[in-house]
Design a protein around this ligand. Structure first.
Ligand code: PA5
Length: 460
């Protein structure tokens, strides 16, 4: 392991907004939260098993996961991961980060693994019907992922997809095509898996959904499509080792958390994660869930948002440059592009681009990034730059861990519990009532009445 950490934090575009002394002044609070994390003395919630997950998982071995992944590759033309929130966002982020943009459209021998689709992350009949149409005629495996084993969206999709698959597969084969990732012993999904004899993988009790990408939640589907999960974990292990200090000068995850906290106290209530690679779109979704679900409670929190540049410079760019000044940006930059193109000379066409002839597209993209960061900082938007060397698994593993630790630290600094998600239940209670779930009868009568009264008032 070299001394240099894969993730770099650059605060040059922040200097006009937050002085070093401001984030350094948070050192006593950071030391305290670091000690509490190390002792496990944190608010009640899903736990902090993610803190030592890379070392724990690598020590425990990956044979069972790799064996299941090989079985999926052997059996399937397509794998469907059924899950929502933390039970799919990390897998999707890593899949899109590591694999080519049009992976599913590539020939099988080029892909080296099954096509990969995600379901159970919505309740849209049309989106699921469209997926079934794409799957028709293919050999399909399902990986249903739910820690609680009771979440409505994946449960509905699993029932529909399992029924669809059962109609097209011999019963003995069906069992081999279904892989379940869930709690060790609790929940309807665990019960069903045990009854049906599906192959199962466990989500550790002490790892919450949004911190679970490096458990079988992410690792199984990623291994199935040929992502190097060992390298992913080794990158995270590098972060686990490099981010073990309480010192803000050494630990960039804590520094990022402290800087966010300083910005929050200056009224910067919205953080925009900006990426210049379409392959990082789902990474931004993973990041938004991590911070949104961890910090948005007790009427506090920085609202996590995201943009894909340069695309969104032609839509949201105007707002970021000149709109209400309660924003800051965190740019995730990938230093080396996995592929490059050089703009060819072409003097026959006067498209005004000859000055760029011979320039790599990745260089042009990075100039746009630097130019935008300067412009946004000049326009009053503090900018933070996070750089990783490349789009290899190792870099991503380190980045996942960096943001997880930063998120936990940031939440604790803000005085909220970053390990629970009580607010997620509110819509579920109303939805169960409207759907007529047994046990919700009183609530059903109450909210149906409210909805009727609201509709009547609106039509007057
Ligand atoms: O981070 C979380 O805890 C949530 O986003 C969950 O992952 C999500 O609600 C899905 O829950 P489950 O895995 O229990 O189906």
């Amino acid at each position: 392991m070299t001394n240099r950490f894969s993730v770099e934090l650059d605060l040059q575009f922040l200097a006009a907004f937050v002085r070093d002394e401001e984030w350094l002044s948070l050192q006593p609070f950071v030391t305290d939260l670091h000690n509490r994390l190390q002792r496990g003395d944190v608010p009640k919630g899903d736990g902090i098993g993610w803190l030592h997950l890379p070392s724990r998982t690598l020590d425990g071995g990956l044979d069972d996961l790799l064996d299941a992944a090989a079985s999926i590759r052997e059996q399937a033309d397509a794998l469907v991961v059924i899950g929502i929130g933390g039970s799919y966002l990390g897998a999707r982020a890593a899949f899109e980060w590591c694999k080519p943009e049009y992976y599913n459209q590539l020939p099988k021998d080029v892909r080296g693994g099954p096509e990969l689709y995600f379901a159970g992350n919505h309740l849209s009949a049309s989106a699921l019907s469209d997926l079934l149409r794409v799957l028709e005629g293919k050999r399909v495996c399902l990986n249903v992922v739910s820690k609680s084993g009771t979440t409505t969206e994946p449960a509905v999709a699993f029932r529909l997809l399992r029924g669809w698959l059962a109609d097209r597969t011999r019963p003995d084969e069906l069992k081999q095509r279904i892989f379940v990732t869930t709690d060790q012993s609790r929940g309807a999904l665990r019960k069903l898996a045990n009854e049906e004899g599906y192959r199962t993988f466990v989500i550790p009790d002490d790892v919450g959904g949004r911190y679970s990408v490096l458990t079988p939640v992410g690792l199984l589907p990623l291994a199935a499509v040929g992502v190097d999960i060992r390298a992913l974990l080794e990158g995270a292990l590098e972060a686990e080792c490099k981010l073990a200090s309480a010192d803000l000068r050494d630990n960039i995850a804590y520094r990022y958390a402290a800087v966010r906290n300083a910005l929050f106290r200056k009224g910067k209530l919205i953080e925009i994660l900006a990426c210049y690679e379409p392959a990082l779109r789902s990474f931004a979704e993973w990041w938004k869930q991590l911070f949104g679900e961890s910090e948005g409670k007790d009427q506090k929190g920085i609202y996590p948002s995201s943009v894909g540049y340069t695309t969104d410079l032609h839509s949201l760019g105007q707002f970021v440059q000149e709109g209400y000044r309660n924003l800051f940006e965190t740019v995730v930059r990938v230093d080396q592009s996995p592929a490059d193109l050089t703009l060819p000379p072409d003097e026959r066409v006067d498209d005004g681009l000859e000055y760029l002839a011979g320039r790599p597209l990745s260089w042009i993209n990075d100039q746009a990034r630097a130019a935008t960061q300067l412009a946004h900082a000049d326009g009053g938007v503090p900018n933070i730059l996070v750089t990783v060397p490349d789009r290899r698994e190792r870099s991503l593993g380190a980045l996942f861990y960096f943001f997880e630790l930063a998120c936990a630290a940031s939440g604790l600094l803000m005085g909220i519990n970053p390990f629970n998600q009580p607010g997620v239940e509110a819509y579920k209670v109303n939805m169960f009532a409207l759907l007529g779930k047994p046990g919700f009868e009183d609530r059903q009568a109450e909210i149906e009445g409210r909805l009727r009264a609201g509709a009547a008032a609106a039509s007057r």
